[in-house]
Design a protein around this ligand. Sequence first.
Ligand SMILES: *Cc1c(COP(=O)(O)O)cnc(C)c1O
Length: 488
Amino acid sequence: MQFIETRGNDGSKPSSVSFSEAILSPSASFGGLYVPQELPSINQDFLEKHLTSHYKTLALDFLESFGIDIETKILKEALERYDAFDDPSNPVPLSQIEEDCFVAELYHGPTRAFKDMALQPFGYILSKLAQKRGEEYLIMAATSGDTGPATLETFQNQEGVKVACLYPDGGTSDVQKLQMVTEDASNLKVIGVKGNFDDTQNALKELLASEDFKAELHARGIKLSAANSVNFGRIIFQIIYHIHAYLELARKEHITMGEKIYLVVPSGNFGNALGAYYAKKAGLPIEKILISSNMNNILTDWITTGTYDLNSRVLIQTESPAMDILKSSNIERIMFDKFGDKRTKELMDDLAKDGKSQLTEEELASLREDFDASFSDDFECESVIGMYAKNGYIMDPHTATCMRAYAHLREIKLKTVVYSTAEWTKFSPAVAHALGKDVNGDIEALQWVSAHANVSVPKMIEGLFTKPIKHTVVVEKESIKGEMLNFL
Ligand SMILES: *Cc1c(COP(=O)(O)O)cnc(C)c1O
C-alpha cells in the first residue's frame, strides 16, 4: 500500500511513498498531507470473523489488511501497549447511558485522554523504524493540554526519538502540567513558555521554519518528524476503535450484524472523525458521523453551510480546551477523498490567502451524505454533565458536547455510539462546577467530585501531586532555541 498527497505532487517529492516514509516525514508537496491510495475492506465477513476477537487480534488483522511496510512482529509488540490499559481484555469499554445510546470510552490509557489510543502504538513503531535505520528523530509539540502528555509518555526512554514539548505557562490545567513536568527520561524535554497557547504555537512554527535551527539539527544528524494527527501513523490506529465499538454492540446483542448505527465524535483537528469516515468508507455499517464542537464551531458551519471562514472568528477559551481549534487539519483528507487533489489545493490555497473557503452546493451535499454537525456552549455542557451524573454516569466536558448531536441530529432512531475522549479527572474543576461546587484548583476538584459522586481517581492522576518535578524551565519565547540546542 502506497501513500499519495492531498494537494498533488510538486515534482520534488516522490509521487507516492511507503507507510514508513509517510510517518517518518509526514509533510507532503505544497504543504499537503499523506493519504492511503486505497482502503482495505471492512465487510460482513471481516466483522463476523472478529465478533469474538480480542481488540489486539482485530487491530493486527486490520493493520495487515492495509498492507503497510511494518513487520508483523513490530505491529504485535506495538499493540501490546494496550495491555497497560485499565482492562487488558478490553481497552475501549462501552457504557450504556440511554436505551439507544452507548459511550465508547477512549480514555483508559496512561494519560487518561484518547490520544493514548493512537500515540501508544504509533510511538513504538516510529521509534523502532528510527532504530532500524540508525537515525535520530526529533519531535516537537506545542500543547494546550492532552497531546503533550500523551506524546511524552509514548516516547519515554525510546531510542532514536527525542521529544521536546512546549506548553503555555499557566495555560494548562494542574493535572496536564504535572503530567508533563514529572516525566523522567533523558530523551524528553519540557519547556514552559511565557504567553498563551497561540504564542507557544507561533514560537514553535517560527523555530521550525528557521534556517539556522534546521542547520543546527542537520549538523547534529537529527531529522524532524511530527506526532500530531497530520501524521497518518496516528490515523491508522484511529480507524480500529470504530470497528471495535460496532462489534461490542453486536456482541452484546444491542444490534444485529449489518444494522446501521450513528457515531458522535467530539472534534478538533478531526483525526478521530477522519478515522470514523475511513471506517464507514471501508464498509462499516454507519448511517452518519455526527460531529460535535464547542463554541469554536467552525466545523458546524463547514458541515452545515459549506463555508469555512477564519476571518469572522477569534478563538474562544472553553471548558473543553482540546477542541478549542479553528484550523482543523484533517478535513483536508476528507476534501481530497471527495473532491480530488486539484480542488483540495484550491480550497486550501483560498483558506491561506483569503482566510476563507467555500464548497459548491454539490460538494456540500456530498459532505452531508456522511456527516452532520452541531455544537454546545459551556453552560449546556455543564447541564448535560449534571443530568447524567444524577443517573450515576460522570462524563467530561468534551464528551458532554456530544449529547446535543445525539438528541437533535439523528433522522432515524438507530443505536448511537458517543465517543468519550477524556476522563473527568483531566477536567475536574469544570465537572465539579457542573455538579454545583466552585473549587480552587484540581486537587480540591478531584477530591470533591470523587466523594460527591462516588467515583474513584486513578492512581496515575492521584500520584502526580507527589511525583518529583523534573522540568522547571519556563522561558520567554526568544530563549526557546537556546534551550533546545542545549537539550540536543
Ligand atoms: C484531541 C482531543 C479531541 C479532538 O480530537 P481530534 O481528533 O483532534 O478531532 C477531543 N477531545 C479530547 C479530550 C482530546 O484530547
